[in-house]
Ligand binder design. Structure first.
Ligand code: IPM
Ligand code: MG
Length: 405
């Protein structure tokens, strides 16, 4: 081994040592984690809105309108406060050279829940410096360990609830890999007992509470033996506490195929999986539902939660002057998940019914992302008018009747 290589190895070891220390600290923090926030006990629930960039501010603004309208009384009475948080834009983030500038993070932490528009995630070669994703940073900073993504297509018999691990896997150190030498690049994948257990338990809890007799655990534990192996063996242990819930395990490759198998996909209900597999599989699932523009996502932690679209900021739509045609449904769905999470279960249910009626059934307006379709503002108004329609229930029932049994 050359002197140069020996030095490179020592440097990489030092870097690795620091990472190990940090990760063990994180484990200790998880062990002593506090209780869940009790929203009903709060004097004022503070909702922060970060527009993001690209199409983010366009679609977030429509989701904000819907949210404020549904919470009109609560906002008027001071139980809920909605606060727009500026500054989570790529320009600002690059200026601070931080995934989330300090002042923005402080404002975020001053709220209880966040509704967040998509933010640009740079990659090498982009006009921006290759800074860390704001999503990934926020999930880590607020310890939002569960990424919950529902996908429903009643006419296909599809009703899936994904529980994607959100603070570990290949993501947690995705910006901290090392080029040991010009020829050798290494990234890290992390699984902890505590991190795996908390997401798997949440998935089983959800199944149990909702009378769903099926949890599928997805890994690649036959190849990625240590981290995925841990995830799977923790699932095995946790499952023993839920004898009433059946579970099975799948490898990510075959699961990707099975989601488009019309005979098998109906069998899946609750799916729990490590971070990267969850990222990929939920885009596929959302596409089956009608596109990533239709899917919302909840990032849940014990103290904070954040709600967002599952897609990116689509800068191309802005460049091509089509931002006003961006589909706000993902963000409106995120708003409904937020309402549900902070305890406004009935309002969330109504909003979901309206989204079902407008997007899946009546389709009086259709979004195409271009000028031959509705604008985001028009579609948001359509959804809001539908929520407020006294005939909402019967319109939704008509949708249910039209579905194959
Ligand atoms: C998602 C997105 C993010 C992720 C990106 C924008 C960093 O794809 O929420 O699924 O990979 O988690
Ligand atoms: Mg994704």
């Amino acid at each position: 081994m050359s002197m140069v290589d020996a030095k490179a190895i020592e440097q990489a070891k030092e870097h690795f040592g620091k990472i190990l220390e940090e990760q063990l600290k994180r484990v200790e923090a998880m062990k002593s984690a506090q209780d869940w926030t009790d929203y009903s006990g709060l004097k004022t629930i503070k909702i922060g809105i970060c527009g993001g960039d690209g199409i983010g501010p366009y679609i977030s603004q429509h989701a904000q309108t819907v949210l404020e309208e549904l919470l009109k009384d609560e906002i008027g009475g001071g139980k809920v406060q909605v606060k727009v948080i500026e500054g989570l834009t790529i320009e600002n983030r690059v200026k601070a050279m931080k995934a989330i500038p300090d002042d923005v993070l402080a404002e975020i932490k001053n709220c209880h829940v966040i509704l967040k528009g998509p933010t640009t995630t740079p990659k090498k070669g982009d006009p921006w410096p290759n800074i860390e994703s704001a999503n990934v940073a926020m999930r880590r900073e607020l310890d939002l360990f569960a990424n919950v993504r529902p996908v429903k297509v009643p006419e296909l018999g599809v009703d899936w609830m994904f529980y994607r691990e959100n603070t570990e896997g290949s993501y947690v150190l995705g910006s901290r890999g090392v080029n040991v030498t010009p020829d050798l690049a290494m990234d890290f994948c992390v699984a902890t007992t505590q991190g795996s257990e908390r997401i798997i338990r949440l998935a089983f809890d959800y199944a149990k509470k909702n009378g769903i007799n099926k949890v599928s655990v997805v890994t690649k534990a036959n190849v990625v033996k240590t981290t995925d192996g841990k995830f799977l063996s923790i699932a095995e242990q946790v499952s023993k506490d839920y004898p009433e819930v059946k579970w099975d395990d799948w490898f990510i490759d075959i699961m990707t195929a099975k989601l488009i198998d019309p005979y098998r996909r109906k069998d899946f209900k609750v799916i729990v999986l490590p971070n990267l597999y969850g990222d990929i599989l939920t885009d596929e699932a959302a596409q089956i539902q009608g596109g990533v523009g239709t899917a919302g996502s909840a990032n849940i932690g014990k103290q904070y939660s954040m709600f967002e679209a599952i897609h990116g900021s689509a800068p191309r739509m802005v460049d091509e002057g089509r931002a006003q045609y961006a589909d706000p449904c993902s963000m409106i769905k995120a708003a409904s998940m937020l309402l549900n999470h902070i305890g406004y279960v009935d309002k969330a249910k109504k909003l979901d019914m309206a989204l079902d009626v407008c997007v899946q059934f009546e389709k009086k307006l259709v979004m195409t992302g271009r000028s031959n379709g509705a604008t985001g503002a028009q579609f948001a108004k359509y959804v809001l008018d539908t929520v407020k329609d006294p005939a909402l229930e019967s319109r939704w029932q008509a949708y249910q009747k039209a579905m194959p049994a």
